[in-house]
Design a protein around this ligand. Structure first.
Ligand code: FEO
Length: 135
């Protein structure tokens, strides 16, 4: 069963960002499956690496759109992204130490953080970006 499922309630009304968020949810779900079914530390480590890489790709792309549109809360948004990047790094270190024994609760924390970020922080930029022709 999926740990988190993207639906329209998560839409930020910007196609690129919605697609990225769906990809991040799918990586979290893949990681959850790998941990739950004990697929081994290599599969788990590779998936965490992909999650880390894609998180940075998404945050950079999103911040570039915010910059292009002169979004007034870019600095605060960037700071939140940095917090999440640090959390993913902590998770990666935890997986490197504990391998397949890494606790799922750490992944649940990342899932909750990302979901809340999309719902409470990302959604704040929808109107501003849309009004600058970014959809
Ligand atoms: Fe979609 Fe601000 O992360």
């Amino acid at each position: 069963m999926a740990l988190v499922t993207w639906d329209q309630s998560y839409s930020v009304k910007v196609k690129r960002c919605d697609a990225d968020h769906q990809k991040l949810f799918s990586l979290i779900n893949a990681l959850h499956d790998a941990m739950r079914t004990c697929q081994g530390s290599k599969v788990i480590a590779d998936t965490v690496h992909e999650l880390e890489t894609y998180t940075k790709t998404h945050f950079s792309a999103e911040e570039a759109l915010l910059q292009r549109a002169g979004y007034p809360k870019l600095a605060e948004h960037h700071a939140e992204h940095q917090v999440f990047i640090a959390k993913v790094k902590e998770f990666k270190d935890c997986v490197a130490r504990a391998g397949a024994e890494a606790p799922i609760s750490v992944l649940t924390f990342l899932k909750d953080w990302l979901s809340n970020h999309i719902l409470q922080t990302d959604k704040l930029y929808s109107e501003h970006l849309n009004s600058h022709g970014i959809e």
